[in-house]
Design a protein around this ligand. Structure first.
Ligand SMILES: [Zn+2]
Length: 95
């Protein structure tokens, strides 16, 4: 699998469209391509964090979004932002 930036592709398609040098068939293909890209499923990068103790021992906070959860021990993901609670670092900062 190769991750691509769909927004960049769509922006480039729109730049080509604005040049008005396309035949009707080419323009239709470009519209079709943009629609196909917009329909694709997206995969958000996995965020990593941990539950952080709060002043109240019954509550913990997500280290990424601050969401506070009651008795979250054992919860592997933040229900608010989806962060994986494995204490690791984000993929972008691992390099
Ligand atoms: Zn969160």
């Amino acid at each position: 699998m190769r991750l691509i930036d769909a927004d960049v592709i769509i922006a480039r398609c729109e730049t080509v469209e604005q040049n008005n040098e396309l035949s009707a068939t080419e323009a239709n293909r470009l519209v079709w391509l943009k629609e196909m890209i917009k329909m694709m499923h997206t995969i958000d990068p996995v965020r990593h964090g941990e539950w952080v103790a709060t002043d109240d021992p019954w509550f913990s906070a997500c280290s990424v979004c601050g969401y506070i959860e009651y008795e979250c021990v054992g919860s592997n993901y933040c229900p608010e932002c989806g962060t994986k609670m494995d204490g690791g670092k984000d993929e972008e900062s691992e390099e």
